[in-house]
Design a protein around this ligand. Structure first.
Ligand code: ATP
Ligand code: MG
Length: 353
C-alpha cells in the first residue's frame, strides 16, 4: 500500500466547495485501486486567515509544507477585502518560489460532452509547459529620469539550467503522448534571449531524436491556438508567453471552471502544488453551484505525478461521461450542483471498477 501525505489548502470562496468534492473523488479512486492511500491535512491559510492574523500563512508555513508529499490547493483571493498582490505574493507565489516549483503545466483538451467557443475546434488535446521561475518576469530593471526623458527598463533572464529543465520536461511528457514538441519563440524580434531559447531547444531536441519538433513565433502560435489547436501536442514556452497561452488554452476548452494546472518541482526535492486555473469566484461562492471538474482534473494531474496514471485516465473518463450525460453546472449551461456532478463522477468510477 502506497500512502501519501497531502497538504490541503482549500483557500477562499469556491475553493472551500470544490476541494472537498475533489477529495471525495480521490478517496473513491484510492478505494477502487486498493494499493493507494491518502492522508489529508487541511490548512486554513487564505484571505480569511489574513484578515484575522495579518498574514496569509504562518511564518513556519513553508517548513510545514516541506513535510508533505504534495500540496492540493483550491483558490485564494478576496478581491474586495484583500488586494490581489497580498494574496498572491503572501501565499501562491511564495510557495511556488520557495518550493522550487519551476514548471507550470496546463493541459487543454476538448472533453467529450463539452462545447468549445471555437467554430471548428477539431479534437484538440494539448499541454502547455511553462517555465515558471525566470524569463520576462524578473525583478531586474527600473524607472529612470523624469519629464520628457522618462523611461523604464525590464531585463528578462534566461538561464540554460531553467530553460533546459522546462524543455526536458516537455520532451519527456511528449514521449508519453503523441511525440511532438512545439517551441514558442520570438527570435525574429527579440535579439538575445529568444535566439538563446532557440539554441537550447535545438540542443535538447537533439537529445530526444524520437520526438518531432516545430517552432513558431508566439504571435503566429497564438493564432494557431484559435484556428487549429489540433496541430499541437506539447508546447514549451517562457514565463510570459506561457502565461498568455495557458489562459487561451483554458478559454478554448469551454469554461474556466474545468481547467486544471500543476506547479511542478520536477526534481521532487520539495512537494509540488496542484491548483486549478480558476480563482475563488466570489460571485458564485456559497451557492453550491461551482463546477468541481477543474479541481477534480487537477486531482487527476496529481495522480499522474504520483505514478498512478491509469487511475488518472479513469478519472478523466469519468468526467467526460458525466459531461456527456448532461450533468453539468450552470457555467456549462446545466442545472446540476457541485455535489450532483461529483456524485456522478464517483458513480461512474464505481461502475467501471
Ligand atoms: P480570483 O481573484 O480569486 O482570481 P476572479 O474573479 O479573478 O477570482 P475567477 O474566480 O476565476 O476569477 O472567476 C472568473 C469567472 O469565472 C467568475 O464569473 C466565476 O464565477 C467563474 N468561475 C470560475 N471558476 C468557476 C467554477 N469552478 N465554476 C463555475 N464558475 C466559475
Ligand atoms: Mg483574479
Amino acid at each position: 500500500m502506497e500512502q501519501f501525505e497531502i497538504a490541503v489548502i482549500p483557500g477562499d470562496g469556491i475553493g472551500k466547495e470544490v476541494v472537498p468534492a475533489a477529495i471525495r473523488v480521490l478517496e473513491a479512486v484510492a478505494d477502487i485501486h486498493g494499493g493507494l492511500g491518502f492522508r489529508w491535512t487541511s490548512f486554513p491559510w487564505s484571505c480569511d486567515y489574513y484578515l484575522k492574523h495579518g498574514v496569509m500563512m504562518p511564518e513556519d508555513g513553508i517548513e510545514t509544507l516541506k513535510g508533505f508529499h504534495q500540496i492540493f490547493l483550491g483558490a485564494v483571493g478576496m478581491p474586495r477585502l484583500v488586494p490581489d498582490h497580498v494574496s498572491l505574493w503572501g501565499l501562491l507565489i511564495k510557495i511556488r518560489r520557495e518550493l522550487h516549483q519551476s514548471i507550470n503545466v496546463r493541459p487543454a483538451k476538448l472533453l467529450r460532452g463539452l462545447t468549445s467557443p471555437l467554430r471548428d475546434p477539431g479534437e484538440f488535446d494539448l499541454v502547455v509547459v511553462r517555465e515558471n521561475s525566470e524569463g520576462e518576469y524578473s525583478e531586474i530593471g527600473g524607472r529612470m529620469h523624469r519629464g520628457a526623458d522618462e523611461m523604464a527598463m525590464q531585463t528578462a533572464v534566461f538561464t540554460r539550467k531553467a530553460t533546459e529543465r522546462a524543455m526536458h520536461y516537455a520532451f519527456e511528457l511528449a514521449s508519453r503522448r503523441r511525440k511532438h514538441v512545439t517551441s514558442a519563440t520570438k527570435s525574429n524580434g527579440i535579439s538575445h534571449s529568444m535566439p538563446f531559447w532557440d539554441d537550447v531547444f535545438q540542443d535538447v531536441a537533439q537529445a530526444h531524436p524520437e520526438i518531432a519538433t516545430s517552432k513558431h513565433h508566439i504571435d503566429a502560435l497564438a493564432a494557431f491556438f484559435v484556428m487549429k489547436p489540433q496541430m499541437f501536442d506539447v508546447i514549451v514556452a517562457s514565463n510570459l508567453f506561457g502565461d498568455i497561452l495557458t489562459d487561451l488554452g483554458g478559454a478554448i476548452m469551454g469554461s474556466i471552471g474545468i481547467a486544471p494546472a500543476a506547479n511542478l518541482n520536477v526534481e521532487r526535492s520539495y512537494p509540488s502544488m496542484f491548483e486549478p486555473v480558476h480563482g475563488s469566484a466570489p460571485d458564485i461562492a456559497g451557492q453550491g453551484i461551482a463546477n468541481p471538474l477543474g479541481q477534480i482534473w487537477t486531482g487527476k494531474m496529481m495522480l499522474d505525478f504520483l505514478g498512478f496514471e491509469e487511475m488518472g485516465t479513469l478519472v478523466l473518463k469519468a468526467m467526460e461521461a458525466t459531461l456527456a450525460s448532461g450533468v453539468k453546472t450552470p457555467d456549462l449551461g446545466g442545472k446540476a450542483t457541485t455535489t450532483e456532478v461529483t456524485d456522478e463522477v464517483i458513480a461512474y468510477l464505481r461502475r467501471r471498477a
